[in-house]
Write a protein of this length. Structure first.
Length: 191
């Protein structure tokens, strides 16, 4: 048999040996373990830092985004009610507001150009039609939900009624003295 002390000492010597056997190997191990990882980290940092790219969500500080955030919530539009030239015509008001219901006849609205549907309304006269348009009637809200002057609504009423068979004259532009009163055209309610 073998000597138990002898085999044990050989085993102990092998367990204490490492991969580094010379000083050159020790220097190489230190370089590979410390210097090279530090050099790689420095190169990565310089590469990432050389290409400036916006971070995620940084569009919030752009000029366009800032301008959009600080834009006014509302605006004030001052209209000169005495300047009939700057007011919308009847067909412009119709196209902007009235066409939504009167073109298709929604909720009982008389269809645009339908003489049979407009005849009973035209028989009530311009003033009644204007009052209904300004204050609303049935499913139609005041001004049909629009934001026009009384004069512009009067123009739209004349435009629609005349396309339905009326012979209403264009409303007269409001004067400075009567700017708060509703326009009253010289209307001839004829069929």
């Amino acid at each position: 048999m073998s000597d138990p002390h002898h085999s044990s000492s050989e085993h102990d010597d092998a367990a204490h040996e490492g991969p580094v056997k010379t000083v050159k190997q020790l220097i190489a191990a230190v370089i590979f373990a410390f210097v090279i990882p530090i050099a790689v980290i420095v190169l990565l940092v310089s590469h990432v830092g050389s290409n400036p790219q916006p971070s995620a969500g940084s569009d919030g500080m752009s000029l366009e985004a800032t301008a959009k955030r600080i834009q006014p919530v509302a605006s004030v539009e001052v209209k000169d009610i005495n300047d009939a030239a700057s007011m919308k015509s009847g067909d412009q008001v119709f196209a902007a507001q009235c066409t939504a219901c009167h073109t298709a006849g929604v909720a009982g609205a008389p269809k645009f150009g339908d003489a049979a549907a407009w005849a009973p309304r035209i028989g009530q006269g311009y003033e009644t039609l204007l009052t209904h348009a300004l204050k609303g009637k049935g499913a139609m809200g005041p001004q049909g939900g629009g934001d026009f002057s009384d004069f512009e609504i009067g123009r739209a009423v004349v435009y629609m009624a005349n396309k339905g068979g009326a012979k209403f004259d264009e409303p007269k532009a409001p004067s400075a003295a009567a700017s708060s009163a509703a326009p009253a055209p010289a209307a001839a309610a004829s069929k």
